[in-house]
Design a binder for this molecule. Structure first.
Ligand code: HEC
Ligand code: HEC
Length: 292
């Protein structure tokens, strides 16, 4: 907080406390006796006596003011003043997280020592992994890990980068950055249409025979380096299998055409810095388990 706003809060708070103290003491009636005098207020024939506050009530007000001042001295509340004991919300949160980490670390260390394939069968691990997945991964891959447009399905057995525990862990720790170049300016609209026809044909879908033949030449020239000679993909670069009918960006003629023309660059963020090794191990086991 800037010193202006800090000062603003301090001044306003002080004026308020002084103000309510003045209201309380300034208007206090000293004579403790009940009187017959009224304030002159009448509502439906009911009149209001002008008597002092009961003592217990008055002292309760005093107590709340003293309590408030004490609170503002001990805890942070007056602008940037940190309070006598240095308590902060973030500090308390960190302490609680550290305590929970301590509590669960031993258990997670035990899992970390076991291979992913093995703990993937443990229902307790899958439950933990599912919760961690919901917190960290579901916004992109979906609550059921089945993905959506541009976000791969992690629950099937089709992988861009490979589905061994080591591959999955690598995807999570270091992230992945796909590079499918834009081909529009290289192969032209005819090239795009021909290559699309070829891709449709290898998926067993209808396409013009002449276009398929021309498209195969385009494919052999420009695409095999990443997608492989038989279009089955290459996990080393995350190039998908193009003949299994599973599409990251849609399998309609228009969608494939758009992919070819404009390229695709899917990004999987790296979690190596934000998630601890044992958590990644458990999430990897959960994801691995889904595909088995
Ligand atoms: C430099 C490597 C590279 C080359 C060359 C390449 N691709 Fe790709 N291609 C990729 C990658 C990587 C992806 C995945 C993109 C992503 O995940 O965002 C991809 C994705 C695709 C997709 C989308 C698949 C889906 O599931 O939606 C199609 C279709 C495709 N490529 C066709 C082609 C064709 C046709 C060519 C040749 C004209 C070609 N690619 C050349 C790397 C390449
Ligand atoms: C911001 C969105 C986003 C988040 C969050 C995210 N991912 Fe991904 N993830 C992606 C995208 C996009 C890809 C595909 C990258 C590509 O196109 O090559 C991917 C790819 C993957 C892959 C590789 C899939 C394959 O077929 O090889 C795995 C495994 C994976 N993510 C797991 C996770 C896990 C586990 C988490 C949570 C810790 C997570 N992701 C969080 C967007 C995300």
């Amino acid at each position: 907080m800037t010193s202006f706003w800090s000062l603003w809060i301090i001044v306003l708070t002080t004026i308020t406390i002084v103000g309510i103290t003045w209201v309380l003491f300034g208007n206090r009636k000293r004579e403790d006796k009940q009187t017959e005098q009224t304030t002159g207020h009448v509502a439906d024939g009911i009149e209001e006596y002008d008597n002092p506050l009961p003592a217990w009530w008055f002292y309760m007000f005093v107590l709340t003011i003293v309590w408030g001042i004490g609170y503002l001295i001990i805890y942070p509340g007056m602008g940037n003043y940190p309070g006598l004991i240095g308590w902060t919300q973030i500090g308390q949160y960190d302490e609680e997280v550290a305590a929970a980490d301590e509590k669960y670390r031993a258990m997670r260390d035990r899992y970390l020592a076991l291979p992913v394939e093995e703990i993937a069968k443990d229902p307790a691990v899958r439950k933990m992994g599912m919760r961690m997945f919901a917190n960290n991964c579901s916004q992109c891959h979906g609550g059921d890990a089945r993905g959506s447009y541009g976000f791969p399905n992690l629950a099937d057995n089709d992988w861009l980068y490979g589905g061994t525990p080591a591959d999955i862990k690598h995807s999570i720790i270091a992230g992945r950055q796909a590079a499918m170049p834009a081909w529009g300016s290289v192969i032209g609209e005819k090239g795009v249409a021909d290559a699309t026809a070829y891709i449709l044909s290898i998926n067993g879908r209808e396409a013009d025979a002449g276009q398929v033949e021309a498209g195969e030449k385009v494919f052999q020239t420009y695409c095999v380096a990443c997608h492989g000679a038989n279009a089955e993909g290459n996990p080393a670069m995350g190039a998908p299998n193009l003949k299994n009918g599973i599409w990251l960006y849609g399998g309609s003629e228009e969608q494939i055409g758009h992919t070819l023309r404009a390229g695709r660059n899917g990004v999987m963020p790296a979690f190596g810095d934000s998630l601890s090794e044992d958590k990644i191990h458990i999430i990897a086991a959960y994801v691995y388990g889904l595909s088995q």
